[in-house]
Design a protein around this ligand. Structure first.
Ligand code: FAD
Length: 386
């Protein structure tokens, strides 16, 4: 038996013994995911057990080094971990912007001290992070951001406003783009980390079309940020920001793989007899979904061996989010007028309709589809600019 086969056997046995049955169900709502943080609460005992067992083994971040709270898995081992998790439909033990976004940026740009400190906290689910990039007027044109950090010797005094900050009201810390030089557009931004409990930070939730309030306006009024809370070099935060965006887009593209209530199989089962045109749409969708999953797998394999095109996450994000929007359109169509129900217990508070409306944001969050297509045109297809 090869080393990898033995590894798979061990992982499979560990998962069988340690993943509670309740954690082998699709994630249906936000409470089904454990986000960690200072104010974290577990939905039930199974969620707590699953998180703690994984955390003790470094399995919340399996491919991070052991010194930073991970399990030190190689690329091939991490792939086996993902496959074995998928085989039993295991939920991720910890959902976290720290894992998906900040962590990879720290691994590349952080100092050793920052890695040990912040990555360890992320792996143990101690600190919940939010992302302070977008501002009113600076979304797609992010580099025009105006939040300013004035140099005060051993700290920056930060003033400004962010918007669409997901879970800002629940997060403990923020990774934030702050202008530190007004004379240089691209090389005048720094990547700062600070505590959301710092004096001068306030948040105001924004309500979405789906009825939920997953994001906020975030205000900084004379917030003091110590100088050692910068990632990367002063005024070179744009490099960190772009690298992080690649990981964010890769993460968002994952929704193309579907799962849970959004699978087409579930829609078909609910709908019973379907009209032939809808059946054809569903079949076409399934083919595209399978092609997307194959592309994702290939992409991840290439990234892990350092051969991925740097602009590829944009392609993945575009394909995955457009696919997810189509999936939810089909789920709605297959469910007929009942899908529009909004309040009843039977529909779990209109989960289908609310989920469908939420997908409208998929092709906006993390960079819009139009921007993804611009990047693909320029950097992958090498087409001339307008
Ligand atoms: C659910 C959700 C969660 C989010 N979470 C966060 C978060 O946690 N942190 C954070 O910082 N931000 C977050 N965002 C903000 C997100 O990154 C921005 O909404 C996004 O980058 C678009 O910026 P904008 O909203 O300012 O739109 P704009 O940039 O004003 O774009 C408006 C329209 O113009 C189009 N457009 C703009 N420029 C071009 C161009 N050059 N070519 C072609 N078309 C163009 C866009 O595609 C879009 O259709 C979130 C957004 C959503 C929807």
């Amino acid at each position: 038996m090869s080393d990898l086969e033995a590894f798979r056997r061990d992982i499979r046995a560990w998962l069988e013994a340690n993943c509670p049955a309740e954690m082998r169900q699709p994630v249906r709502d936000d409470a089904d995911a454990f986000w960690g943080g200072r104010r974290a609460t577990f939905k039930n005992e199974a969620q707590r057990l699953w998180f703690e067992r994984c955390m003790e083994k470094g399995y919340t971040v399996p491919d991070w080094p052991v010194a930073y709270g991970g399990a030190g898995m190689s690329a091939a081992e991490a792939k086996i971990w993902r496959e074995e998790m998928a085989r039993i439909n295991a939920r991720p033990p910890l959902s976290s912007f720290g894992i998906w976004m900040l962590g990879p940026a720290l691994l590349k740009f952080g100092t050793e001290e920052q890695k040990v400190h912040y990555l360890g906290q992320i792996a143990r689910g101690e600190i919940r992070w939010c992302q302070g990039y977008s501002e009113p007027g600076s979304g797609s044109d992010l580099v025009s951001l105006q939040t300013f950090g004035e140099d005060h010797g051993n700290y920056w005094l930060v003033n400004g406003q962010k918007i669409w900050t997901s879970y800002a009201d629940k997060a403990d810390w923020i990774f934030c783009l702050v202008r530190t030089d007004r004379t240089n557009k691209y090389q005048g931004i720094s990547f700062l980390l600070f505590d959301m409990e710092s004096e001068g930070v306030s948040t105001k939730p924004i309500r979405l079309i789906s009825g939920a309030s997953p994001f906020c306006e975030t205000f900084f009024d004379n917030v003091k940020v110590p100088k050692d809370q910068i990632v990367g070099e002063l005024n070179r935060g744009w490099d960190v920001a772009k690298y992080l965006l690649g990981h964010e887009r890769e993460m968002i593209s994952g929704m193309g793989g579907g799962g849970g209530e959004a699978t087409i199989g579930a829609a078909m089962a609910r709908a019973g007899a379907l009209d032939p045109l809808l059946r054809a749409d569903l079949a076409l969708f399934d083919v595209d979904a399978l092609a997307f999953m194959a592309m994702s797998e290939k992409f991840l394999d290439e990234v892990k061996v350092g051969k991925g095109h740097p602009a590829q996450p944009n392609m993945m994000k575009y394909a995955g989010t457009e696919l997810n929007k189509r999936r939810h359109e089909l789920v709605m169509a297959a469910g007929g007028s009942r899908s529009l129900e909004w309040d009843s217990e039977e529909t779990r508070g209109g989960a289908t309709a609310r989920g469908w409306l939420r997908t409208k944001a998929n092709s906006i969050e993390g960079g819009t589809s139009e921007i993804m297509l611009n990047v693909i045109a320029k950097r992958i297809l090498d087409l001339p600019g307008a």
